[in-house]
Ligand binder design. Structure first.
Ligand code: GLN
Length: 404
């Protein structure tokens, strides 16, 4: 029997008609991974490794569960893990962060971003972000009732235009979202960028949320410039990190946020009613792992630089250009020599005709410009990268475009 409303009229429930995110579909990373699998394509799309994790980590997870670390972890995270993180921040960035009041374990960086945004912004507030931007940022802002103002990072350098940021600031600006090393442009922010940002927001009630999940993956002698190392920004920033990236295990879904105590307090108010606390055995295992391998992360730059070099060498001399990445475990592929822009159509051709899955850049934009770039993930076995390069070369040969 149909439900009836007050006037006795049948009520047709519709959630989509009242959607809070009406134009959103499924995230591009999930869509492409599904399609890659069903088509048997080599998946260089979604960012995850295809090689084994360190067996020690697997042993420690097993030991954690057998050892009885299976009930709720403390809401803010396991003390032993937060202490290990504090030690790492001190060793790597010369930073003193109080594990008790300034470090929170979250369900991956995504939860840290989501909970951080809910904690800081609300209806009527404005958030400044930069396009291309990771697709999780703006929905979190909108679900908080705030508005995201997205400013361009113009290719090929994808640099910040701080004058535009200044012009976009308003009394409603509550938060600025930055990401370095940057997904998907593979660029890194410089300490001059952080200086410019600090100067712009000096004297204003503006928080910075810095997505630094690729912190260890910076190439050619660069050093990651963390907001945590910048004394002015440190005092007003929430920096977000990921064990999934650092331990080559994106399925862990364990990350953390570092912020001053008062901001951390606000973050935890949201976190406790969002995810409450994070998988206890995983936190225990990661803490033990960091104790056993205190230099964790230090080898990632060389590891991924070699992967990038390998893929670039395999495609050198051809019409697909692979600009040198400054950071991340991604690599852009520039297909402008093959014809007019159209990244979504080109990614589709690579997927269906070359058998290689990539991520177009358009989904990283509110209003995508004409684009001749797609993103490849290089966190793959050498054999996977070689096979993908071979498929790309065959595709180019079929196109009659093998030569330079
Ligand atoms: N961060 C990953 C990427 O950029 C995607 C994670 C996800 O699929 N949510 O590829």
């Amino acid at each position: 029997m149909p439900e009836t409303g007050r006037a006795g009229q049948p009520v047709k429930m519709s959630w989509s008609a009242r959607s809070k995110l009406p134009e959103l579909g499924t995230t591009i990373f999930t869509v492409i991974s599904r399609r890659a699998e069903s088509l048997g394509a080599i998946n260089l799309g979604q960012g995850f490794p295809d090689y084994d994790i360190d067996p020690l980590l697997a042993q420690l997870v097993e030991r954690a569960m057998r050892g009885g670390h299976n009930q709720y972890a403390p809401m803010e995270g396991l003390p032993a893990l937060r202490e290990r993180i504090a030690a790492k921040l001190a060793a790597l960035y010369g930073l003193s962060a109080d594990p008790g009041s300034e470090i929170t374990i979250t369900q991956g960086a995504t939860e840290a971003i989501y909970s951080g945004i809910q904690a800081v912004v609300g209806p009527g507030d404005e958030v400044i972000g930069f396009d291309p931007a990771y697709d999780a940022y703006e929905p979190a802002v909108r679900l908080a009732g705030a508005r995201c103002i997205r400013l361009p990072l113009a290719p090929p350098a994808f640099g910040y235009d701080w004058d535009r940021v200044r012009a976009a600031l308003s009394p409603r600006t509550r938060l600025i979202l930055i990401n370095s090393p940057h997904n998907p442009s593979c660029t890194v922010a410089t300490s001059a960028d952080l200086d410019a940002l600090a100067q712009l927001i000096r004297g204003r009630q503006i928080t910075v949320l810095a997505d630094e999940v690729y912190e260890h993956m910076v190439f050619d002698g660069r050093r990651h410039a963390s907001v945590l190392q910048h004394s002015e920004l440190r005092a007003r920033s929430l920096a977000v990190f990921s064990f999934g990236k650092t331990l080559h295990a994106t399925g862990l879904r364990v990350g953390y946020a570092v912020a001053p105590a008062e901001l951390t307090g606000e973050l935890r108010k949201v976190h406790q009613f969002n995810t409450f606390s994070i998988a206890h055995p995983l936190q225990w295992a990661i803490a033990e792992y960091l104790a056993a391998r205190p230099a964790t992360g230090a080898d990632l730059a060389a590891f991924f630089a070699a992967k990038g070099d390998r893929l670039r060498a395999a495609l050198a001399g051809g019409p697909l250009r692979l600009p040198r990445a400054q950071g991340t475990f991604f690599q852009l592929l520039d297909f402008s020599a093959l014809g007019p822009p159209g990244d979504t159509a080109f990614a589709e051709r690579l997927l269906t005709e070359a058998g290689v899955a990539s991520i177009p850049l358009s989904p990283f934009y509110a209003e995508p410009p004409p684009l001749s770039l797609v993103r490849l993930c290089i966190a793959k076995r050498d054999a996977t990268l070689d096979a993908a390069a071979a498929r790309l070369r065959e595709f180019l040969e079929r196109e009659g475009r093998a030569g330079a």
